[in-house]
Design a protein around this ligand. Structure first.
Ligand code: NAD
Length: 260
């Protein structure tokens, strides 16, 4: 379905980005994986994904906290794979602290990686998408792009910013056959989240199921994690012709979180 398309997925050597990249490659797109590291295992991820899916997959090191490296990621993917027609802005970090104690360097890093990186990749990719007459920009925001939680001032601000950027870019590109949307996941079962479960079980003296349902998924009415496969399938759908009139909006995948 996505043969001839070229996708860049930022922050895709683990978790949600990796899941979305896998789904896009499985649908036939050539894919550039990315993170800020340059380890053998990063390149191996790309090789293995290419072997599994039969699509071209490369790994490009670029630090999404730096504007020039965000632009270079899109340029390198275009040089190696062809004009970038699918851009998934997924890279993100978190830090939790009361606003009066929030470390200024953490605030700056969260705004740079979670929000400004999307501006830099979008500004670099858009001319090619316009010339192509086809483009799909998918920003991975969060339920925290629509609601807030205490102690997450930087993350919530950045994710609300991503939603604003999404709407603005969608309007600017509305007649260019380029869509721009934000996926807003609730709590997703990534390796990072999985690794927190044993500690939470100890802290709360609960079994796995109980700690997941009563503590971790307290705000997610289904009391089930979202999976990276589900987000990958949604990204592939957003790249399809069926989704050509979906633009400038948020797609919640949050088990009912934002209905509360
Ligand atoms: P993760 O830590 O597994 O993935 C984050 C990715 O970003 C990793 O590949 C990491 O290497 C990369 N990254 C971090 N800093 C980077 C930098 N400076 N340059 C390039 N890459 C960098 O976490 P995840 O849960 O998969 O999160 C992915 C996205 O989904 C984030 O934007 C996050 O805010 C969002 N999200 C996650 C959840 C969840 O429950 N896991 C829920 C809603 C939204």
């Amino acid at each position: 379905m996505l043969a001839n398309q070229v996708a860049v997925v930022t922050g895709s050597n683990s978790g949600i980005g990796l899941g979305i990249a896998e789904a896009l490659a499985a649908a036939g797109a050539s894919v550039a994986l990315n993170s800020f590291t340059d380890r053998d295992e990063d390149h191996k991820l790309a090789e293995d994904m290419a072997a599994r899916t039969g699509s071209k997959v490369i790994y490009v090191k670029a630090d999404m906290s730096k504007g020039d490296e965000c632009a270079a990621l899109v340029e390198k993917a275009a040089a190696e794979l062809g004009t970038v027609s699918i851009l998934v802005n997924n890279a993100g970090i978190q830090h939790v602290a009361p606003v009066e104690d929030f470390p200024v360097d953490k605030w700056n890093a969260i705004l740079a990686i979670n929000l400004s990186s999307a501006f830099h990749t979008i500004r670099t990719a858009v001319p090619g998408m316009k010339a192509n007459g086809f483009g799909r920009i998918i920003n991975v925001a969060s339920a925290h792009g629509l609601t807030a939680s205490p102690f997450k001032s930087a993350y919530v601000s950045a994710k609300h910013g991503v939603v604003g950027l999404t709407k603005t870019v969608a309007l600017e590109l509305a007649q260019e056959k380029v869509t721009c949307n934000a996926i807003c996941p609730g709590y997703v079962l990534t390796p990072l989240v999985e690794a927190q479960i044993p500690d939470q079980m100890k802290t709360h003296n609960m079994g796995r199921d109980e700690v997941v349902k009563k503590v971790m998924l307290e705000r997610q009415p289904t009391r089930e994690f979202v999976t990276t496969d589900q987000l990958g399938a949604l990204a592939v759908f957003l790249c399809s012709d069926a989704a050509s009139q979906i633009t400038g909006t948020t797609l919640s995948v949050d088990g009912g979180w934002t209905a509360l």
